[in-house]
Every structure is written in structure tokens, then in C-alpha cells.
Ligand binder design. Structure first.
Ligand SMILES: *Cc1c(COP(=O)(O)O)cnc(C)c1O
Length: 378
């Protein structure tokens, strides 16, 4: 069986390119002692997820391929659930409006550094958009294979970002198979999630930001909309790294994978006590990011859910769409159905008494609803 490759050691590459004003964006030389912005007297930050550059793979001195990804807000929920201390990590503010940007920034940076010229990815939608953007930024070719019923916004986005787009009559696994068949002859580098070691490195910055924004106290519980599981696996890796660095202690959040009823291989495997998931024959859900019938890293996801004393929850499309409006009206966030699934799962877990009142819960709102207008009745 092919297993995902990942970095096993921590990298302590000290690297800093510049400081940037948190207000006006003016760049400052880090080689000089700096306090506030020399123009507007506001604080200077290193912006984007590359703030954690010492913990990311790109060698020092190489310029990352960046569009300002990461550094998203952790918002305190105002009205959605009073019983718990709910926080929302709003990933819709990333370039291309989803958290796929995190993985692709690091993966495209590494692919470019290592000499790749043509990048290919099978995508349910958002990975394609993110690859198209970062490949364009890097001056590389992007070849994107998506199921024909991918949300229109994703298809148009890829095209307008200059990618080569192929629509396949089939599922994301069929898209992956097509790339496998042709990649050698075409000279494509396969950027599929977890078949490539660095997307998970970009996604792990979710864990670093979460800890940093919570004063290095991780929450009691995390709800994560799980397709391939890259973010869940990445965060778990980040927690271990941070413990090694002495930034956090041994406590871990209970990790919950949230999936769609029409495609819930992890939920089924978790409930059956299995180590691996069984491929879902006819996956269907409008939450395209969750339409992954068999995740290559299913065993890693399941291990994390069990180790953390977490769980797995399936949510129907009807519930997602219904809850999305509640989130919109109560919190001011137009969320992707994947994110809406987490809010519905929170309700289900509360109703089942699996979350104690007052516990601190974080939902990863992985994308914007604006990319899913078909789901919301366009
Ligand atoms: C891809 C995607 C997911 C699933 O992410 P994984 O890390 O593959 O599990 C969730 N939400 C959105 C909006 C996505 O695009």
C-alpha cells in the first residue's frame, strides 16, 4: 500500500524576509532594530502563515509562493450556541476563499523550488482553485481534473486563473486515476492531497494559529469537516511539534470528524471500530469538499479520533443548508456547506449530551458559501 510521506523531524531554519506594517502594509528591513511602522506608527508583523516559516519545509533564502494566506480570525460566536464557549476559525478569508490556500502555498513553493514545471491535481473544487491561483503566482502550469458536477464557481475560477481544466464524468477518484495514467508522459507532478508531503505542512498552520490565538491553551473540542483529512492530520502534527517545542502541554482537544450522510466513510469505520475505511460506492453531497469516497490517510484520521477520545458525525445535506442560514443570520457569516455541517454536528453532539456545557469548542469554517450558490438555491 502506498503511504503518505511526511516530514518527521522539526526544522529550525531561522528565516525572516521582512517586517510589514499591520495597518498600512509598508515593508521594513528586519536587519535593523524596528519598533512601530516608520510611516503610520502602527505595529509591525510578519504576515501570513509564513510567520511560522521556521517550522515549514522551504529552505531559508527561498521566496515562498504566497498570496497572503493564513492569519485568519478566530471569532467568538455570538448567538449560535449559548450552552458552550464556541469559537469559529473563519477560513473563508483566505485567497480563493477556502483553507485549501494554506496547503497549496507551501506545496507549490516546494514544487517550484524542487524544479516542477507542470502541476496536476484531482479536485472536488476548492483544491483546484487554490492550485490554479498559486501555480499562476509561481509561473507554473496547472492541470486540474474535476468531476463534471463540481460547483460552477470552482470551474470558472480555475479557468480565469489560467489553469487547464478537464471535466470528468465520474468522481474525484476517477480524476485521480486519470492523472495517474497520464502524469509520466505529460511531465506532471501530482499535487493530490497526502500523496504530496507539503500540503499537510501548510494545513498544520491551522494548529499553530489556533494555539497562538488562544493564548497557547488548546480548546476542549474541535469540529473539523473531513474529506481527505489533511487539516485534521496537520493540526495533530502541529500539536505534537508545539509540545516538543515546549509551547503547549500534553492536553489535546477531543477531535471530531464531520462528514456528509451521503459520503461518510470515516464515520462508518469509526463506529465499526475499523482501522481503515471502506470506499463509499456512490458518494453524494453538495458539500463537495466532503465528497471523498476513500481517503488515502483514513487510518491516520481514525487513529487521531480515537487517541483524542473524539468521534465522527454524519450530517445530511438538508441539515447543512438549513443550519447555514441560522449561522448566517446569527453570526454574520455565509459559510460553505462543509462548515455548516460542523454547526449541525455541534447541535447533534449537544443534544446527545456528548459535550458538557461551558466547554470550549472550535469549529473550522473552511470556506465561503459564495462558492456554493447552487447548493443555496441559485
Ligand atoms: C477540502 C475541503 C474540506 C475537507 O478538507 P480535508 O482536509 O480534505 O479533509 C472541507 N471544507 C472545504 C470547504 C474544503 O474545500
Amino acid at each position: 500500500m502506498a503511504c503518505p510521506v511526511r516530514i518527521s523531524a522539526l526544522h529550525y531554519l531561522v528565516f525572516l524576509s521582512h517586517l510589514e506594517c499591520s495597518s498600512c502594509g509598508l515593508r521594513h528591513d528586519w536587519l535593523h532594530l524596528q519598533n512601530l511602522c516608520t510611516a503610520c506608527r502602527k505595529p509591525l508583523f510578519e504576515k501570513s502563515l509564513w510567520r511560522y516559516r521556521e517550522l515549514l519545509p522551504l529552505p531559508a533564502g527561498e521566496e515562498p509562493v504566497s498570496l497572503g494566506e493564513g492569519g485568519t480570525p478566530l471569532l467568538r460566536a455570538k448567538r449560535f450556541a449559548d450552552e458552550v464557549d464556541l469559537w469559529i476559525k473563519d477560513e473563508s478569508l483566505n485567497p480563493t476563499q477556502t483553507f485549501k490556500a494554506r496547503g497549496m502555498s507551501v506545496a507549490v513553493s516546494m514544487a517550484k523550488y524542487l524544479g516542477a514545471k507542470k502541476l496536476a491535481v484531482p479536485s472536488a473544487g476548492n483544491a483546484g482553485g487554490a492550485l490554479a491561483a498559486y501555480a499562476a503566482r509561481a509561473g507554473l502550469e496547472a492541470h486540474i481534473f474535476m468531476p463534471r458536477d463540481t460547483p460552477r464557481a470552482n470551474i470558472i475560477e480555475c479557468r480565469e486563473l489560467g489553469a487547464h481544466v478537464d471535466l470528468i464524468d465520474g468522481l474525484i477518484t476517477d480524476c485521480g486515476a486519470e492523472i495517474d495514467r497520464r502524469k509520466e508522459k505529460e511531465g506532471w507532478f501530482d499535487m493530490s492531497t497526502l500523496k504530496e508531503p507539503y500540503r499537510v505542512e501548510g494545513k498544520k498552520t491551522l494548529g499553530y494559529e489556533l494555539a497562538e490565538h488562544s493564548d497557547w491553551q488548546l480548546p476542549d473540542l474541535i469540529l473539523y469537516p473531513t474529506g481527505g483529512g489533511t487539516g485534521l492530520i496537520g493540526m495533530w502534527k502541529a500539536f505534537d511539534e508545539m509540545e516538543t517545542l515546549g509551547w503547549i502541554g500534553q492536553k489535546r482537544p477531543r477531535m471530531f470528524a464531520v462528514q456528509a450522510s451521503g459520503c461518510a466513510p470515516i464515520v462508518h469505520a469509526f463506529e465499526a471500530g475499523e482501522e481503515f475505511a471502506v470506499k463509499v460506492p456512490n458518494p453524494h453531497t453538495c458539500a463537495s469538499g466532503l465528497r471523498v469516497s476513500k481517503a488515502i490517510a483514513d487510518f491516520l484520521i481514525l487513529k487521531i479520533l480515537r487517541q483524542s477520545d473524539g468521534g465522527a458525525v454524519a450530517v445530511s445535506d438538508e441539515e447543512m443548508i438549513c443550519v447555514a442560514r441560522e449561522v448566517g443570520a446569527r453570526e454574520g457569516l455565509f459559510v460553505a456547506p462543509e462548515a455548516a455541517a460542523c454547526f449541525a454536528a455541534l447541535k447533534a453532539l449537544l443534544a446527545a449530551g456528548k459535550i458538557a456545557s461551558g466547554e470550549r469548542v472550535v469549529i473550522f469554517s473552511t470556506g465561503s458559501g459564495i462558492k456554493y450558490l447552487e447548493c443555496y438555491g441559485l
